[in-house]
Design a protein around this ligand. Structure first.
Ligand SMILES: Nc1nc2c(ncn2[C@@H]2O[C@H](COP(=O)(O)OP(=O)(O)OP(=O)(O)O)[C@@H](O)[C@H]2O)c(=O)[nH]1
Ligand SMILES: [Mg+2]
Length: 211
C-alpha cells in the first residue's frame, strides 16, 4: 500500500517535471539541479561560478532550497541575480511543484540558466525530478572517500560530479583512488571535476560544461 502511494507521488512529480522541462525548452532556459550533503559547498560552488557566467553574458537565476533561513539566498543576492528561497520546514528535498511555483516568479524570457540548490541531503533529492536538464552532485573531501559507495543513487542519477574542497586533501585521509573506484562503481564512466572554492581552482571545466 505504502509502495503504491509513493509510486503515485513520484508519477505526479515526474509529469509536472516534464511540463517544467517543456516550458524551459520553449523559453531557451537551461536548468541545473545541484545536490549534495549539508555543507558540501553547493552555495560556495554557485558563488564561484556566478560571476564567471555573468562575465560571459549569461543571465542566471537561482532557486535555493533549505529547511529554514534565507542565508543561502542572501549569499546569492549579492550577485544581483533573481533568487528565490524555498523553506521546506521538515521536508528533506525539493519537488517539482515547488519548482513550478518558484520558476513562475521569474521572467523566463530574461534568463539563460536557472540553478536549483537542493536541500542538503545525500539521499532523497535524487528521487525527485525537478524538470532540470542535468543533476550536478557536489561532494567534498571532508565527507570521506567512500560516499559514492554508500549513497550510490545520487551519484548514479547525476550527469556530473563536483569534488569540492580539494585544498583540504593534505589534511584528511581522503584517498583519490578509493573515491574514484567508489564513484565508478556507482556510475560507470562518471564525469567528475575537482574544485576548491576557497582557492578558486578548477572551475574552467565546470564553466565549459554549463556553457
Ligand atoms: N576549505 C574549503 N572550505 C570550503 C570550500 N567550499 C566551501 N567551503 C566551506 O564549507 C562550508 C559550507 O559551504 P556551503 O557553501 O555553505 O555548503 P552548502 O553545501 O551550500 O551547505 P547547505 O546549503 O547548508 O547544505 C562553508 O564554511 C564554506 O566556507 C572549499 O573549497 N574549501
Ligand atoms: Mg547552501
Amino acid at each position: 500500500m505504502q509502495v503504491k502511494v509513493m509510486k503515485n507521488i513520484l508519477r505526479a512529480n515526474d509529469m509536472l517535471a516534464e511540463e517544467i522541462r517543456e516550458i524551459l525548452k520553449q523559453n531557451n532556459v537551461r536548468m541545473f539541479n545541484v545536490l549534495g550533503s549539508p555543507g558540501a559547498g553547493k552555495t560556495a560552488v554557485l558563488e564561484a561560478i556566478l560571476p564567471k557566467l555573468q562575465s560571459l553574458g549569461k543571465r542566471v537565476a537561482v532557486i535555493e532550497g533549505d529547511c529554514a533561513t534565507s542565508n543561502d539566498a542572501d549569499r546569492i543576492a549579492v550577485f544581483n541575480v533573481p533568487v528565490i528561497q524555498i523553506n521546506t520546514g521538515s521536508g528533506c528535498h525539493l519537488d517539482a511543484n515547488m519548482i513550478r511555483k518558484a520558476a513562475g516568479e521569474f521572467d523566463l524570457s530574461q534568463l539563460d540558466i536557472i540553478f536549483i540548490e537542493n536541500v542538503g541531503n545525500l539521499v532523497c533529492p535524487a528521487s525527485f525530478d525537478l524538470g532540470e536538464e542535468a543533476k550536478i552532485a557536489v561532494i567534498s573531501v571532508t565527507e570521506g572517500d567512500d560516499k559514492p559507495l554508500k549513497y550510490p543513487r545520487i551519484f548514479n542519477e547525476s550527469q556530473l560530479v563536483v569534488l569540492n574542497k580539494i585544498d583540504l586533501v593534505p589534511y584528511t585521509n581522503f584517498q583519490r583512488e578509493t573515491f574514484y573506484t567508489a564513484l565508478e562503481s556507482s556510475k560507470a564512466g562518471a564525469v567528475c571535476y575537482e574544485v576548491s572554492c576557497t582557492k578558486e581552482e578548477g572551475f574552467e571545466a565546470l564553466i565549459n560544461y554549463i556553457k
